[in-house]
Write a protein that binds this ligand. Structure first.
Ligand SMILES: NC(=O)c1ccc[n+]([C@@H]2O[C@H](COP(=O)([O-])OP(=O)(O)OC[C@H]3O[C@@H](n4cnc5c(N)ncnc54)[C@H](OP(=O)(O)O)[C@@H]3O)[C@@H](O)[C@H]2O)c1
Length: 324
């Protein structure tokens, strides 16, 4: 099979297409023929080896040579101890270790995978798992958004953010989206009531305060986030700089005790229930997985560059429908 591989951290130039063996499913796994795989910032981070925490699975060079985590495809083989899926079923989900998806086939246990709804294309289904579940957990499950609340989403023009804006609006919040200059109109088109260009304005220095902040790309200090939270408000960092995340871990509990403002890291919990919940909202048209561009498998380097250099609005998908 064809796969996009890399053996060292670096720019998209370190990626290349190779012919490798189709993986053999273990007894508890399924073999899936990949029809579409979406890109996440975690793929970009895994490629360049930054922030440092992505090197936990390979300090000097990547331990696993294939990136790509959110896959939709058709079950080709089923291990004898996997009772969840049947050959020929259309399925989608997230690779457990964020790896393996930029290939024609993947093996997975299928934990937290689901049947692809007939009403969604493979491309749409592949856009949902990581970004959709992060947004659902940040805005709804943990964030417990309420109608009329003021919600700020930092990094709102990307994959997770595009779901988060729509979910917050669906639940009746007043939404502020923060992202790059050329994503401002995009955030408005998803329903954001207010937009902030992070290249011109630091939202932590505005006089405004929010009930809920979902930060997909946290770079400021815990004290800056405290300043823009209302009393009783919640801030969740999903990703960002190592320094900021450490600071939140250390100071978050103290800030909570002294001010009633909650500043925490949101560690995504992969599970079937949340994947189905966000997918149902997509199937019913209440929210949409927004796909900016699709590329073919051999174009993964170009697609990752597009994402990493900040052009992507919503999700980027690798589609195998027209060949690799
Ligand atoms: N906590 C967990 O369990 C977990 C699990 C998986 C992934 N993650 C993390 O989730 C994060 C978001 O993923 P994603 O796929 O939604 O990323 P994405 O699609 O790349 O979106 C991030 C957005 O943030 C924007 N951005 C960059 N710098 C910014 C800044 N200083 N201020 C405001 N916006 C900024 C980017 O725009 P430009 O590039 O144009 O600047 C982009 O539009 C990643 O950091 C990833 O590591 C966390």
């Amino acid at each position: 099979m064809k796969a996009i591989v890399y053996y060292q951290y670096g720019s998209p130039e370190v990626l290349r297409m190779e012919d490798i063996e189709i993986p053999t499913p273990m007894e508890d796994q399924i073999l899936v023929k990949v029809h579409a795989v979406s890109l996440n910032r975690s793929d970009w981070e895994g490629l360049i080896g930054k922030p440092l925490y992505v090197r936990m699975a390979g300090l000097r060079k990547p331990n696993y040579p294939i990136l790509g985590s959110d896959v939709a495809g058709v079950v080709e083989r089923v291990g004898k101890n996997n009772n969840q899926f049947r050959v020929g079923e259309q399925v989608f989900g997230e690779m457990w270790s964020y790896h393996g998806g930029f290939a024609e086939y993947v093996c997975t246990q299928g934990r937290a995978w689901a049947q692809k709804p007939a009403g969604l294309t493979f491309e749409q289904a592949s856009a949902i798992p990581q970004a959709g579940v992060i947004a659902l957990q940040g805005i709804c499950n943990k964030g417990r958004v309420q109608p009329g609340q003021k919600v700020l989403i930092n990094g709102a023009g990307g994959g997770g953010g595009s779901f988060a804006i729509q979910l917050a609006k669906l639940y009746g919040a007043e939404v502020t989206g923060v992202d790059n200059t050329h994503k401002l109109e995009f955030m408005r088109s998803l329903g954001a009531d207010h937009i902030i260009d992070y290249t011109r304005q630091d939202f932590t220095r505005n006089a405004k305060q929010y009930d809920l902040i979902l930060d997909l790309i946290a770079h400021r200090s815990a004290f800056a986030y405290r300043r823009v939270l209302k009393p009783g408000g919640n801030y969740f960092a999903v990703g960002g700089s190592l320094v900021t995340l450490f600071q939140i871990l250390l100071l978050g509990p103290w800030i909570k005790r002294s001010t009633s403002k909650s500043i925490r890291i949101l560690a995504m919990q992969r599970n079937h229930k949340d994947l189905l919940a966000v997918t149902e909202l997509c199937e019913s048209g209440k929210i949409i997985p927004v796909i900016d561009r699709t590329y073919r498998l051999h174009e993964v380097p170009e697609a990752l560059r597009y994402l990493g250099e900040g052009y992507a609005k919503g999700k980027i998908v690798i589609s195998m429908e027209k060949g690799v």
